[in-house]
Design a binder for this molecule. Structure first.
Ligand SMILES: [Zn+2]
Length: 261
């Protein structure tokens, strides 16, 4: 079992607005990706990744040393640590996406794209599901929600054991959550910036990537699509890189904004 950290369950518009009669089964569902631009040409937005600009990458909401924070504490069971953190990342990424979800529509994001990579959802029968980015995120969040609340997978009661497939399920969850984070950066950084939530996004990204790195939860091939950002955000000393002024003022505004929503 693991002890829930008690994070408020973020209501997710994508969870509420699902119109799909057949919920995808996470354990069987998969995704495949393809290069959106096989000719190697760069799109206009690709050439100018606003989220890589130093004035934005330095923004954080805390100067925590995430490299130390992610390490398994002594006396804590590995699976409990993975469960607790995975659940927390799910809630936080869900919340971060909910702040821009009104801008992520079937019109603005006709495919689930991150840089030059396009992701497809595959249902429980392995059938390719043509979906927009908000539908893809809906599939991800619904599936993860189902898993983290399943006592057989994420046991919370005393005496219950984690399944033998637990670590591979955590890896799958991390992979899908990474797609959502990548999409927020790639397609909605402008809106995130306007909401002054980029400090939150950067902080969440660093924490998530360093945690995944610590326990080998993400395949480097999977994360290669965001390597340029990861290098800037996670390679700085301590990987916190908080610079104070900009970050703190941004955080203050962001918190107010979240309360209003
Ligand atoms: Zn979108």
């Amino acid at each position: 079992m693991y002890v829930s950290l008690g994070f408020a369950q973020a209501p997710c518009c994508c969870l509420q607005s699902t119109k799909w009669s057949q919920q995808p089964c996470f354990s069987a569902a998969g995704y495949r990706k393809s290069k959106a631009k096989p000719n190697g040409k760069k799109t206009a937005s690709e050439e100018k990744k606003v989220y890589l600009e130093p004035e934005h990458t330095k923004s954080r909401i805390t100067d925590f040393e995430f490299k130390e924070l992610v390490v398994l504490p002594r006396e804590i069971d590995l699976n409990e640590w993975l469960a607790s953190n995975t659940t927390t990342f799910f809630h936080h990424i869900n919340l971060q996406y909910s702040t821009i979800s009104e801008f992520c529509t079937g019109e603005t994001c006709q495919t689930m794209a991150v840089c030059n990579t396009q992701y497809y959802w595959y249902d429980e029968r392995g059938k390719k599901v043509k979906c927009t980015a908000p539908q893809y995120v809906d599939f991800v969040m619904s599936s993860v929600q189902k898993l983290v609340t399943d006592e057989d997978v994420f046991p919370t009661k005393y005496g219950r054991e984690f399944p033998s497939s637990f670590e591979s399920l955590v890896k799958k969850i991390c992979k899908y959550l990474f797609h959502v984070l990548g999409h927020i950066y790639w397609a909605h950084f402008k809106e995130t910036l306007a909401l002054e939530l980029h400090g939150h996004l950067n902080t969440l990204y660093v924490h998530f990537i360093l945690f995944a790195r610590e326990f080998n939860l993400l395949d480097p091939k999977e994360t290669a699509v965001m390597d340029d950002l990861t290098e800037v955000l996670c390679s700085s000393p301590g990987s916190s890189g908080a610079t104070g002024d900009g970050a703190s003022s941004g955080a203050s505004g962001a918190q107010n904004h979240v309360k209003e929503r």
